[in-house]
Design a binder for this molecule. Structure first.
Ligand SMILES: C[S@@+](CC[C@H](N)C(=O)[O-])C[C@H]1O[C@@H](n2cnc3c(N)ncnc32)[C@H](O)[C@@H]1O
Length: 242
């Protein structure tokens, strides 16, 4: 059966299957997002969410912090449509706005769209930036730093290069076991994945090591750079803008 062409990061051929499918693919998906939310200071007022997808991270932020406004960026009109409908459904439409844009393009552009020209207290991202080449990741981290005041934070939860083949195999086996516990084989879940075709600055998974990420953050002007959470091939890393 021919697979449907999708943008890198959309993952599933049918966007409506993302929220269920990603939880079958990534056993600690909710824990990953909830840890990013906890890393955002409660007194934050505006947060930029890069690669928001169907809005699961934005939704958790809005539910946790009643005074927070989220500005979300994604290049996929399909993912954004789901996110917008979800925020309306849960009554968060007035605290959620979004911009359809390629975050790689934003990072190299001389101008800033009005939708994101305001100052942000924090920037977050999940499972999106790893689609950029390392050079572009570094440019994006520097661009994020320019959007934040001194003391503002950036947390990115993303797949990383595994430290050894052995651990990669253990992780694969764990993912298979967890999918089975949800009543699916990993093959059944993978069958729902679309055919990812390079789009703008994004391509297939371009994983960097945790160390490489930390060095990029350091060079981008962040301090207290660290990894508050890691589960095999997925980690949260970030820091505080100096
Ligand atoms: C795997 S999804 C994750 C969505 C959401 N952050 C989550 O954790 O559920 C990755 C998202 O990043 C978006 N994305 C990937 N590359 C992008 C780029 N260069 N610019 C904007 N969005 C991008 C995709 O469209 C997709 O919605």
């Amino acid at each position: 059966m021919p697979q449907t062409d999708i943008f890198p990061g959309e993952v599933f051929a049918n966007t409506d299957e993302f929220d269920t499918g990603i939880r079958e693919l990534l056993p600690k998906y909710d824990e990953l997002l909830e840890t990013i939310v906890r890393c955002v200071p409660a007194e934050s007022r505006t947060v930029l969410n890069l690669g928001c997808g169907t809005g699961e991270l934005s939704l958790k932020l809005l539910r946790t912090y009643p005074h927070l406004r989220v500005v979300a960026v994604d290049y996929s009109p399909r993912m954004l449509a789901v996110a917008i409908a979800k925020m309306k459904k849960w009554g968060y439409g007035d605290r959620f706005s979004c911009l359809q844009a390629d975050f790689g393009e934003l990072a190299v552009s001389d101008s800033l769209p009005d939708a994101i020209s305001q100052p942000f207290d924090a920037c977050v991202s999940s499972l999106a930036i790893h689609h950029l080449e390392d050079e572009m990741k570094a440019k994006l981290f520097a661009w994020v730093g320019d959007r934040l005041p001194s003391g503002g934070c950036f947390w990115n939860g993303d797949p990383v290069e595994m430290e050894s083949e052995h651990l990669a195999k253990v992780y694969t086996a764990l993912r298979e076991t967890r999918a089975k516990e949800r009543g699916k084989t990993i093959e059944e879940v993978r069958a729902k994945i679309g055919n990812s075709v390079p789009q703008g600055y994004s391509g297939p998974d371009r994983l960097a090591t945790v160390t490489a990420h930390l060095e990029m953050l350091d060079r981008a002007g962040f301090e207290a750079v660290c990894v508050p959470w890691k589960y095999f091939g997925t980690a949260i890393f970030g820091g505080i803008k100096t």
